[in-house]
Design a protein around this ligand. Structure first.
Ligand code: AMP
Ligand code: MG
Length: 318
């Protein structure tokens, strides 16, 4: 009997076939590697809906609608947008506004993501800086009717700093509901693992050497059921006519790309949305305030890479 069971068990193990499925979502290549039994199409379909609901760049979407009604009172919003705004406002508060979901007009002005940009003029910058206060964003849930409002007509919301993390969490929860036990989600470098590798080993995730080739790693972390998210200036940037490098993570205190001695920040923890929000926050905050923020979040750790290449671990040993 034991022998028979052992034979059945080995046979079912040997049948495990892994598949990687890809889709362009949230302006990046999203990849899921899991058993070929997973219903990848169902996951991509739901993530497409999420993108429409929370991306400021989905023109017909829920967030575009809320942004277009800034200053006009409460707007009914999808559960997706409500939940995302809730996480964004929580991280804004914990990071003292370093994470700023009201940064939309500043992101548009710099145009790093979708235009051919140059450094904005001081006067354009000063005008936009009047309209980036995240306290202008409010949410409420009236007996299951989820609502949001932007009290300043000049404020536009941008959830680009947590969107991929929210998507990664959703992908893993959908796969888990399908009965999948092991999966690796990689949404533009935003990693989330479901369980461990199907062999039982932890997933080994490399932290990229800033500005180097994609497969050059500074450190490797081993994770089970956790997310690993990096923010850095090397993903989206441009060289201005003054010869300086400008990137996409903006310090709303100055209006300029954050510049405080960090080459990248990686956050490791159970929620990819929170890792994503924290990595953007810590990149703006710098090493000292960023370390304090990570230490205040139970279950989260970080690796800061300084401009000189030194890796500084917080709550994790390398
Ligand atoms: P990430 O790559 O997750 O660090 O997010 C960067 C993206 O978040 C940018 O492309 C902007 O859309 C948005 N963003 C830029 N600066 C901030 C900020 N200070 N707070 C929140 N979101 C930001
Ligand atoms: Mg982020």
């Amino acid at each position: 009997m034991i022998l028979l069971l052992a034979v059945v068990f080995t046979a079912s193990c040997s049948k495990y076939q892994e598949k990687t499925s890809e889709m362009i979502l949230f302006g990046t290549t999203c990849r899921i590697t899991a058993s070929d039994k997973a219903d990848f199409d169902a996951v991509w379909k739901r993530l497409g809906e999420l993108e429409d609901n929370i991306s400021a760049r989905s023109e017909q979407g829920d967030l575009a609608d809320l942004n277009s009604k800034a200053g006009q009172g409460w707007v009914e919003v999808s559960q997706d947008l409500y939940d995302s705004l809730k996480i964004a406002l929580d991280i804004a508060s914990r990071s003292n506004g370093a994470f700023n979901p009201a940064i939309g007009e500043l992101v548009n002005l710099w145009g790093i993501v979708d235009k051919h940009p140059d450094v904005p003029s001081e006067s354009d910058l000063a005008a936009v800086m009047e309209h980036i206060d995240w306290h202008a964003i409010e949410i409420k849930d009236d007996d299951g009717i989820t609502m949001a409002r932007i009290t300043d007509p000049g404020v536009r919301i941008d959830l680009g700093g947590i969107g991929k993390g929210i998507a990664a969490d959703l992908a893993v929860s959908l796969l888990r509901k399908q009965g999948i036990k092991s999966a690796l989600v990689n949404f533009g470098g935003n990693i989330m693992c479901l369980g461990s590798h199907h062999t039982g080993e932890p997933y080994r995730i490399g932290i990229q050497v800033p500005f180097a080739n994609r497969n050059e790693y500074k450190q490797v972390v081993q994770v089970i059921d956790q997310s690993v998210v990096t923010s850095g200036p090397y993903e989206k940037n441009f060289v201005g006519s003054d010869g300086k490098l400008y990137h996409h993570i903006i310090d709303s205190a100055t209006g300029y790309p954050a510049d405080n001695g960090l080459a990248s920040v990686t956050i490791i923890g159970p929620s990819s949305a929170i890792c994503d929000g924290l990595s953007t926050s810590c990149f703006v905050l710098g090493l000292d305030a960023g370390t304090a923020l990570v230490q205040s979040m139970e279950g989260y750790s970080a690796v800061f890479i300084l401009d000189d290449g030194t890796a500084v671990p917080v709550g994790i040993s390398l």
